[in-house]
Design a binder for this molecule. Structure first.
Ligand code: HEC
Length: 158
């Protein structure tokens, strides 16, 4: 009988501990009136990029970026895509190394997946791996070496 009582009270203590640990995380995601995309969860921001920046990853990222992103961000990442110009979106120039310098890969992944301001989310349209490829590709805009590889007429078009 005692054993059962002790087991029961231990179990309820455990349940309490679990419930209390769950609380702060729940609260954190709901703080303040800021839209969800601004409050990037720390866990998401700290997520390591599992895809290294290989030529293959950059090629995959470039392809998907051409379909889903270039109309706003521009082929070169300068923010002068047709749609962005038409909609008068306030775009940042991602070829400027300062633009994304303070963003972690995890944050970029989160923004691309969930969207930001007028930017539509990729959501589940593409695999997470492809989103990491695009993180790598978007980062390469600020890298002069990668920019120099691009053909001159592509640069002129933007
Ligand atoms: C409808 C236009 C539109 C499309 C399409 C779009 N974006 Fe954006 N994006 C924006 C706007 C607007 C912002 C906010 C202003 C800025 O940071 O340039 C933004 C911001 C960003 C940022 C910077 C986030 C920050 O705050 O540091 C990244 C990175 C980005 N977009 C990547 C992408 C990628 C990758 C795609 C394609 C999967 C994409 N965007 C598609 C409009 C768009």
């Amino acid at each position: 009988m005692w054993k059962i009582l002790i087991t029961l009270s231990l179990l309820s203590l455990l349940a309490l501990a679990v419930a209390q640990e769950a609380k702060p995380t729940q609260g954190a995601s709901k703080t303040g009136p800021t839209p969800a995309y601004y409050a990037i969860p720390q866990q998401a921001a700290r997520k390591e990029n599992p895809v290294s920046t290989t030529p293959e990853s950059l090629a995959r990222g470039k392809k998907q970026y051409g379909y889903d992103c270039a109309m706003c961000h521009g082929k070169q990442g300068n923010g002068k895509g047709d749609v962005a110009v038409d909609m008068k979106l306030g775009m940042h120039d991602e070829t400027n190394p300062a633009t994304l310098k303070d963003r972690s890969d995890g944050e970029l992944f989160y923004i691309i997946k969930k969207g930001k301001d007028q930017m539509p989310p990729e959501g589940d349209r593409v695999k997470d791996e492809t989103i990491w490829d695009m993180v790598n590709y978007v980062r390469s805009f600020a890298n002069k070496g990668a920019a120099a590889e691009k053909p001159a007429e592509e640069k002129a078009a933007n």
